[in-house]
Ligand binder design. Structure first.
Ligand SMILES: *Cc1c(COP(=O)(O)O)cnc(C)c1O
Length: 433
């Protein structure tokens, strides 16, 4: 049976049009890891990222010094570091240039709506505060959110509610599924300012119907903010077409930007500017000022999406993100999503065949249209089982109380790698208990 499965995995790899992208990763840096199944939490580094960082340090930082902020540079033109970048202005333009590239490659967002800055947590804070401040003028002071959202989102919301006197309207979601349009419709009301959810649930991998939920929020007169951390670079997104107002997400998961890489925020064009309904974020720093180097008195927000920036952009940390986004541009998000669906389907098939007989259950939607890029399996002893897997070089992650997440990064994960990981899991679960 194992040999049949191995042949199938080999056939799937041979037929995979994205298989070549795997070779672009620094696989040999982790010789002890036979199956990396956590690219949804921290993507692998690309080989070219090593070169890009070194080139940047030597030629741009070392070579340009402070002039790098404002002067375009051609020292790396034609290399992967800057390939395809819209405009080659100085580092001051990187937050919006890279934002536009992420928008085009992954978000379905026209230019001028996305910036790279801060962490997801901090950008989430800024956007929620901006939305609440605008809605307060219309007597709206409630946020619709769900109990199974990623902790940082829930914690930030709790803090903002305490700080602003807003009310959080919690929707109880099924941890093995996720937020549905019906649940959102029932929670919206005339006082709803904002509805905010994760597009792909970090625990179950449930993919929310963002188009339907966004439309429902708008019918109720509310804004919507999507956390795309587990979506970007894995599932296709159409923020402009769906009419999304606000979004945030990580670049160190499927975009392979490296630990702590800066996040991105999306602010739809209609909410920008200096018209009365325009949104304004609360962390008013000099880099979001209309003219940062005027150094004058009084804050004047930049009318563009730059307003979302507060302080000096994390330029060095954007170098790996650029390499990751450049790879996604070449692969194409449509092909990435198609492979992602195949990877999760294969993992589910293996789980049914090899693990279900040993009491392992699936906590991820079976419908590929409602499933993101990872699969969550459950058994009561999975905390210990996960540790045993890590010691064998098979690396998924554990999420309390009893879930092992099998994260499948379409550009770096092979079908054979999934099989190796699930076979190791089978060996452990058939003797444990
Ligand atoms: C990973 C993740 C985050 C992480 O936020 P940081 O500020 O980068 O720590 C936030 N939200 C979701 C949904 C995530 O999956």
């Amino acid at each position: 049976m194992t040999s049949t499965l191995r042949a199938r995995a080999g056939e799937l790899d041979a037929a995979d049009p994205l298989a070549g992208f795997r070779e672009e990763f620094l696989l040999d840096a982790a010789p002890g890891v036979s199956a990396y199944l956590d690219g949804n939490s921290l993507g692998r580094p690309l080989k070219r990222t090593l070169e890009s960082v070194q080139t940047f340090l030597r030629e741009e930082w070392g070579g340009r010094l402070i002039q790098g902020w404002t002067e375009g540079t051609d020292v790396t033109a034609g290399t992967d570091v800057t390939a395809g970048i819209a405009g080659t202005g100085g580092w001051m333009d990187w937050p919006t240039d890279l934002g536009d590239r992420i928008g085009r490659a992954a978000l379905g967002a026209a230019p001028g709506q996305t910036v790279v800055a801060d962490s997801t947590t901090v950008l989430f804070y800024k956007l929620v505060r901006a939305a609440l401040a605008a809605a307060r003028a219309q007597g709206r002071d409630e946020v619709v959110c769900d109990t199974d959202n990623f902790p940082t989102d829930r914690f930030v919301l709790e803090g903002i509610a305490a700080e602003t006197g807003s009310t959080l309207r919690w929707v109880e979601t099924d941890p093995a599924a996720g937020i549905t349009p019906e649940q959102v419709a029932a929670a919206l009301g005339p006082r709803t300012a904002l509805a905010t959810f994760s597009h792909v649930a970090y625990r179950s991998g449930h993919l929310a119907d963002a188009a339907a939920i966004t439309a429902l929020a708008h019918e109720a007169g509310a804004l919507v903010l999507w956390d795309l951390s587990h979506s970007v670079g894995s599932v296709d997104l159409a923020l402009d077409a769906w009419g999304v107002d606000l979004a945030v997400g990580c670049t160190y998961k499927y975009l392979n930007g490296g630990p702590g890489a800066p996040a991105f925020a999306y602010l739809a064009t209609r909410h920008q500017g200096d018209h009365p309904g325009a949104l304004r974020q609360p962390v008013q720093g000099w880099m979001g000022h209309a003219d940062p180097f005027a150094m004058g008195s009084g804050y004047q927000p930049d009318p563009s999406v730059r307003q979302l920036i507060s302080g000096t952009p994390p330029v060095v940390a954007m170098v790996p993100v650029r390499a990751g986004v450049e790879q996604l541009e070449r692969a194409g998000i449509g092909a990435v999503r198609a492979k992602s669906v195949q990877l999760t389907a294969f993992a589910l098939e293996l789980a049914d065949e090899l693990l279900a007989p040993h009491g392992v259950t699936v906590a991820t939607p079976r419908d590929p249209a409602r499933r993101g890029g990872h699969v969550t399996l459950r058994r009561e002893d999975f905390r210990e089982v996960n540790a045993a897997l890590w010691s064998r070089g098979v690396v998924p992650d554990f999420r309390a109380p009893d879930g092992i997440r099998i994260g499948l990064a379409p550009l770096s994960t092979s079908f054979t790698e999934i099989l190796d990981g699930i076979l190791a899991l089978q060996e452990i679960v058939e003797v444990a208990r």
